[in-house]
Write a protein that binds this ligand. Structure first.
Ligand code: GRF
Length: 209
C-alpha cells in the first residue's frame, strides 16, 4: 500500500510539524509530507521544512491579499501536490469552508485543551492555558479533531489528559500539554494513514484489527 500525502499548515514554531516529521522518519506513519504551508512569512516551521528538503510555501496576506484568490491558490496547490490529508499544526488562520467541504474529514487540527472545554473562538495559543489556570480545573489536555465549518467543533479523534498541579505555572502547563500534542497528533495521522478511523456522524471510532 502506498502512503498518504500530507500537507501541514503552520503559523509559527512548528514543534508539532517536527513531531510529525520524526514519526515519519521512524517509519511509524505510512505516508509523507508533500507540502508545508505557512500563513506567516517568518514562521520557524518553514525553516524546519526547508532543512528537511520538504516543499514549503508561504501563502498569506502579503502575497495573496485577496482572500478568495488565496483560497483558490490553496485549493490548487493541494491538488497539484496530490494531498490526501491536511494537518493544522499550530495554524492560526480559519480554514475557509470551501476547503473544509472539499476535504471533509480529511483535515485534522490539534487543540491544546480537552474539547469542548476551553475551545472555540478566542481560545488559541497560551490563552487556552491561561484560562485553564484561572478556572482552576484539575485536568486539561489536548485534542486532535477533524475540522468542520465552526471553530474546534469537528469530530474528536484522540484526547489525552494532563493533570494540573497546585503549583502549576503557564510555562509548566504549556510544556506538559505540548508533550501530549506531540504524541497524539502523529498517532491520529498514523491511524488515518492506515484507514483505521471510522467516522459515524461526529463519532470517530478506531478499527482495532
Ligand atoms: C500548539 O500548542 C497547538 O496546539 C496550538 O498552537 C501551538 C503550536 O505549536 N494550536 P507549534 O507551532 O506546533 O510548535
Amino acid at each position: 500500500m502506498s502512503g498518504i500525502r500530507i500537507a501541514v499548515f503552520i503559523s509559527g514554531r512548528g514543534s508539532n510539524l517536527e513531531a510529525i516529521i520524526d514519526s515519519i522518519d521512524r517509519g511509524q506513519i505510512n505516508g509523507e509530507i508533500g507540502l508545508v504551508i505557512s500563513d506567516r512569512y517568518k514562521a520557524r516551521g518553514l525553516k524546519i521544512a526547508q532543512k528537511k528538503g520538504i516543499e514549503s510555501l508561504y501563502l498569506g496576506k502579503k502575497n495573496y491579499s485577496d482572500k478568495y484568490k488565496r483560497i483558490d491558490k490553496t485549493l490548487q496547490v493541494l491538488d497539484d501536490y496530490n494531498i490526501d490529508l491536511i494537518v493544522l499544526a499550530g495554524y492560526m488562520s480559519i480554514v475557509n469552508e470551501k476547503i473544509v467541504k472539499k476535504y471533509r474529514n480529511k483535515i485534522m487540527n490539534i487543540h491544546p485543551s480537552l474539547i469542548p472545554a476551553f475551545s472555540g473562538k478566542g481560545y488559541y495559543g497560551s490563552l487556552v492555558h491561561e484560562e485553564v489556570l484561572k478556572y482552576g480545573v484539575k485536568i486539561t489536555g489536548a485534542t486532535v479533531h477533524f475540522v468542520d465549518e465552526n471553530t474546534d467543533t469537528g469530530p474528536i479523534i484522540i484526547q489525552r489528559e494532563v493533570k494540573v498541579s497546585d503549583n502549576e505555572t503557564l510555562e509548566s502547563l504549556s510544556k506538559k500539554v505540548l508533550e501530549i500534542e506531540h504524541q497524539i497528533l502523529p498517532e491520529a495521522i498514523k491511524l488515518f494513514a492506515e484507514n483505521k478511523l471510522i467516522i459515524e456522524g461526529r463519532i470517530v471510532k478506531r478499527l482495532t484489527i
